[in-house]
Design a binder for this molecule. Structure first.
Ligand code: GUN
Ligand code: ZN
Length: 651
């Protein structure tokens, strides 16, 4: 069983239960060649801390001695590795050398019999140059073999490989069909040639089309991905496991791996590396060594660097800055930059996994940042949900001061609002930002360079133009100091009426929960409590009841039960709701979290970290909390927290 513990977008930290203990993901499984023994498995476990490795059952089975030992002693004793051992099936050998002499049933049974923790089907390696017809046939055979293998697996976990070459329809279709088979891990296969040829943009398409079809509750392994420069991007797209033979292969040709790319020993001027393998040697020593000795050190360097990068990715998932890390890593090589740019094509899919907010600010790292789902999210919600306050004039400021905008433009706003019925927007890199949305993520929690590039100018201009066709104001102008004041004096007739606090409650509520939420929250006697130290809204009371609190860090609301009840009346089922099974209701009313197994249904438009209404079958409010998963995940995981409950609601 696979359980998520933390996540950011599609990237996740999870735990996979195996016969030899829990494998924490993201994980890199070094490839152990049972015949070569570049780095002994025991050393991988004890010194490097790799808790899982992958080896090849086809190589073991083809060697009489190894075969006998594996069957008699078991794989773990034979390799002297106490952790998780995954085995591959011989498919890669067929890619390298043509047909292999083994049957699917035999190799799967063999993996089971030698005590592999995760065995692999004998899938068909779909080569990038194959025709669609040939690929489709290979996918059919792979699926049939996966079905056969599932009947043989017993306690062993089984890896069902997604094939389909570069045909996205075939990949998605293969993934969908595999999701129905009783397997435990989904490697994405047939991608080694793409990586060898630096076709990383095509790799992005392959990963995303596979992810679209797969069951989200199963871990995804990117077969043959062993270069640290790809880990951040692959993890960002939802790959949980990697395996690497590259550490040893690169070492044999004197190549050092780094997250920024590869360096050949002959091109290096020194080691400049402080990993445990390099730190006990000088560059000159390594150059003078015998090849075998040298490659043993370089292989260890490659392992340390890979291990370190996996840890870096993990840290980024925990801290919420994996996008920034992936963007930085993708600047290591133009082919990776192409991959980053390819994400534009997949913005809609990625947006489904984009949380409402993150703890960290969004850092602009270059024009590709404009493709991040945070931009699409803001644009979609602004244009679909925002209602313009009824003022006479719209004053637009340039984004040239600090954030939040209302604080930095306080002088101008007060001056105009004292005399005229005006509303305010900022022309920001995200496009138009109404002054009352200036504190929400990512508007306030984002940093851009002071010199704007052409692409950002173009993006925000397009968004501004779209807004200008939609906005209802008879008078609009860019702020230009006294010239604006003079113009307003000539044109405006209405008395001042703009109430920033109420406008903020309405706009944030509509943006966060949907159009109509704001009006419902303000329908009665409203009291807005503000922080004495920061001047920011803290609480909203309606008819004497505390309905909402505003979070200082991301500018969104947390719901109180009376506020949740208003939403329940305003939006029809299942909107904003997670509907739980009857057995769970008493626990959730006590304030316990909602676990996936107890989710009956869920709003498909809920996003990660969204405030949710936990309701029973009859739509009674049971609890309020934050969504830790999106709908498909809640419905497919068997374990894990679906909603982190903040407050239970008694009957
Ligand atoms: N190793 C690298 N690529 C593949 C693949 O597509 N299938 C299997 N079984 N192993 C691989
Ligand atoms: Zn090193």
């Amino acid at each position: 069983m696979f359980e998520l513990t933390r996540r950011d977008g599609l990237a996740r930290i999870g735990k996979l239960e195996t016969p030899h203990g829990i494998l924490e993901t993201p994980a890199l499984l070094p490839v152990v060649n049972p015949k070569l023994g570049t780095v002994p498995p025991r050393e991988l476990f004890d010194d490097f801390g790799f808790k899982a490795i992958i080896t090849n059952s086809y190589i073991i089975r083809s060697d009489e001695k190894l075969k006998e030992r594996a069957l008699n002693e078991g794989l773990h004793a034979m390799l002297d590795f106490p952790g998780v051992i995954m085995t591959d099936s011989g498919t890669f050998q067929s890619h390298m050398y043509g047909e292999v002499e083994v049957k699917n049933e035999d190799i799967v049974s063999f993996q089971r019999d030698i005590g592999s923790d995760i065995g692999t089907v004998l899938d068909i390696f779909t080569e990038p140059e194959w025709s669609e017809e040939k690929t489709a046939h290979a996918v059919d055979v792979t699926i049939a073999r996966t079905e056969d293998a599932a009947k043989l697996k017993e306690k062993m976990l089984l890896a069902g490989v997604v094939q389909g070459s570069v045909y996205q329809n075939l990949r998605e279709n293969c993934a969908k069909r595999l999701a129905l088979v009783d397997v435990d891990v989904h490697p994405i296969g047939g991608v080694v040639p793409l990586m060898e040829q630096y076709r990383f943009a095509d790799l992005v398409d392959v990963i995303i089309s596979s992810k679209k079809g797969l069951d989200p509750s199963r871990p995804v392994h990117l077969f043959g991905a062993g270069h640290p420069m790809i880990f951040a991007l692959a993890a960002l797209l939802g790959c949980d496991m990697f395996d690497s033979a590259s550490y040893a292969k690169f070492a044999r040709t004197d190549r050092f791996m780094f997250p920024e790319g590869t360096a050949g020993l002959q091109d290096m001027k020194g080691l400049h590396c402080h990993c445990p393998a390099c730190s006990s040697h000088t560059y000159e020593e390594i150059v003078k060594m015998k090849p075998a000795e040298r490659s043993a050190i370089i292989a260890r360097h490659n392992l340390w660097v890979s291990k370190c990068e996996i840890e870096r990715v993990k840290r980024a998932i925990l801290e919420g800055d994996l996008w920034e890390l992936a963007e930085r890593r993708c600047r290591a090589h133009p082919a990776l930059l192409s991959a980053l740019r390819r994400l534009e094509k997949h913005r809609e899919f990625l947006e489904q996994y984009e949380p409402l907010s993150r703890d960290n600010s969004l850092l602009y790292t270059g024009i590709e940042t404009l493709n991040r789902p945070a931009f699409l999210r803001y644009s979609k919600r602004f244009f679909a949900r925002y209602e313009y306050p009824s003022s006479e004039a719209l004053v637009v400021f340039e984004d040239s001061t600090g954030k939040p905008y209302n604080r930095y433009r306080e002088g101008e706003i007060n001056k105009v609002s004292a005399k005229y019925n005006a509303h305010y927007m900022v022309h920001s890199p995200f496009g138009p930002v109404p002054i009352e949305l200036d504190e929400i993520y990512p508007i306030a929690q984002s940093l851009f360079p002071t010199s704007e590039d052409v692409e950002t100018k173009e993006y925000s201009k397009t968004q501004m133009e779209k807004m200008s066709h939609q906005q209802p104001y008879p008078i609009t102008m860019m702020w230009d100091e006294e010239n604006t004041m003079d113009a307003l004096e000539m044109m405006c007739q209405e008395a001042p009426a703009f109430d920033l606090d109420k406008a903020r409650v309405k706009a944030v509520a509509d943006y966060q929960f949907g159009k109509g939420a704001g009006e419902a929250f303000l329908n009665g006697e409203v009291k807005i409590v503000k922080s004495k130290s920061t001047g920011k809204i803290r609480n909203v009371l309606l008819n004497g009841e505390h309905i909402l609190s505003m979070r200082a860090n991301d500018g969104f609301f947390t719901l109180r039960p009376p506020g949740a009840k208003i939403l329940l009346q305003t939006f029809p089922r299942p909107r904003l709701r997670v509907i739980v099974k009857d057995d769970a209701v008493p626990f959730n009313r006590e304030g316990k979290n909602v676990f996936c197994a107890f989710v009956e249904e869920c709003d498909k438009d809920l996003r990660l970290t969204d405030e949710v209404l936990v309701v029973d079958q009859k739509d009674n409010l049971v609890a309020i909390g934050r969504a830790m998963m999106i709908r498909e995940e809640m419905l497919s995981f068997q374990t894990g927290v679906a909603v982190k409950v903040r407050e239970g609601v008694k009957e």
